[in-house]
Design a protein around this ligand. Structure first.
Ligand SMILES: [Zn+2]
Length: 394
């Protein structure tokens, strides 16, 4: 018995020496650390404290697709990883929040690396960098490194997005329509080959680079999500990784791509069914009401009703997510995200009650937590008399 205890003590001491730290920490995030992360999600920074990112153009590793292969997504959305044991407890909390951000919004899972895994990411602490990561799944080991004040959830979500095969939207073919570059801070870098995988172009909402980008579209005051995964990034990841089951299975589809499984969200006063759509207006991506027959999306903004025929997306439910309409005053936790304001506030899909004489109907509308519930009718933006939130129960 005495011998055994000595052995245990010695074994622990040797491991502590090997790791150079006082307490042994596992090389993965524990269930307790994930429980902490679930209670502490990333919040949007206000713009006085923009998300810190590596110097523009320095972070990409292997940013180009391999000839003949193209970018590769992680098999079954599973990302085996190891965690550097030199991260402190508080840094591990930051890592846990970053990983949990993906776990909550998508079917992607960061899982502890096991011996049979042939591709994995080493999440490393490196005080000499802000953040740097290999792009997409490679063979064998690849890394995502973080150091200094960049060991924070927003920066790590950004870099791990590269690990997942997300790219920068400032390399999109149409980027010059959307942003200019403040050349005192940074130089524009190249535009991707048009054959490059389309799934790689959705990080617009992540990046601001401290004034490097100058938005061009009217109404747009900022670039970057401020830290959390942006609404559009969540949708793209769920599409890329085939997250079809449960509440991740809904899709916004361009009206020109013959969408089916539209989601009805009310009727006109004359009984015409109305579906949920969304359109871009003055920097906002706004859920509105879709007239399928004429391919028109109406959105409410700034007191008015705005008609859109181009670049409309309609909400579809091709995988049978268990949608329900919830009568509530406050936003349900399982409400469906439909868009965002230019201030990066999430906008939700609702049915909005309207009355005309003794007739009452529900019409598709938008709910912005900070300003309330609206639809549009007869050229006006109208506050809802009552609200039903689109929610998902899977
Ligand atoms: Zn990046």
């Amino acid at each position: 018995m005495e011998k055994l205890l000595v052995f245990v003590f010695s074994f622990a001491a040797i491991l502590q020496l090997a790791f150079g730290v006082g307490a042994l920490k596992p090389n993965y995030i524990t269930e307790e650390e994930f429980a902490f992360a679930r209670k502490n999600p990333i919040r949007v920074n206000n713009f006085t404290a923009p998300l810190e990112l590596p110097p523009y153009g320095t972070e990409g590793q292997v940013p180009h697709p391999r000839p003949g292969f193209g970018p590769r997504f992680w098999t079954n959305g599973q990302v085996p990883y190891t965690l550097d044991p030199t991260f402190t407890d508080s840094q591990r909390e930051q890592v846990a929040i970053a990983l949990n951000t993906y776990h909550e919004a998508t079917c992607i899972r960061f899982i502890p690396k096991e011996g049979h895994h042939t591709s994995w990411v080493d999440i490393l602490h490196d005080p000499t960098v802000c953040g740097v990561a290999h792009v997409c799944m490679n063979n064998g080991a690849q890394f995502a490194k973080f150091g200094g004040t960049c060991v924070n959830p927003g920066t790590m979500v950004h870099e791990l997005g590269h690990t997942l095969c997300m790219g920068h939207e400032q390399t999109r073919l149409d980027r010059d329509n959307w942003i200019g570059f403040n050349t005192a801070i940074c130089q524009p870098h190249g535009i991707d080959n048009p054959d490059f995988d389309r799934g790689l172009h959705k990080l617009y909402d992540y990046v601001s680079y401290s004034g490097c980008f100058q938005p061009k579209q009217p109404g747009v005051t900022k670039c970057g999500s401020g830290g959390p995964l942006a609404v559009l990034d969540i949708e793209v990841l769920n599409e890329m990784y085939g997250c079809n089951s449960g509440c991740q299975g809904y899709r916004y589809v361009n009206k020109n791509n013959n969408p089916s499984s539209l989601v009805q969200a009310g009727t006109e006063f004359n009984g015409e069914p109305l579906y949920s759509c969304r359109a871009y207006h003055q920097g906002d991506i706004i859920p509105g009401k879709y007239h399928q027959g004429r391919g028109e999306c109406h959105v409410a903004w700034g007191g008015g009703e705005h008609s859109k025929f181009d670049n409309i997306e309609v909400l579809t439910n091709p995988n049978g997510a268990n949608f329900i309409w919830v009568n509530a005053v406050n936003l349900p936790s399982n409400a469906v995200r439909g868009g965002r304001t230019n201030e990066r506030e999430t906008i939700y899909v609702i049915q909005c009650q309207l009355q005309s004489g003794d007739q009452t109907v529900w019409m598709p509308g938008k709910f912005i937590p900070s300003t309330g519930a609206y639809t549009s009718y007869g050229g006006q933006e109208i506050r809802c008399a009552a609200v039903q939130f689109l929610a998902c129960n899977n």
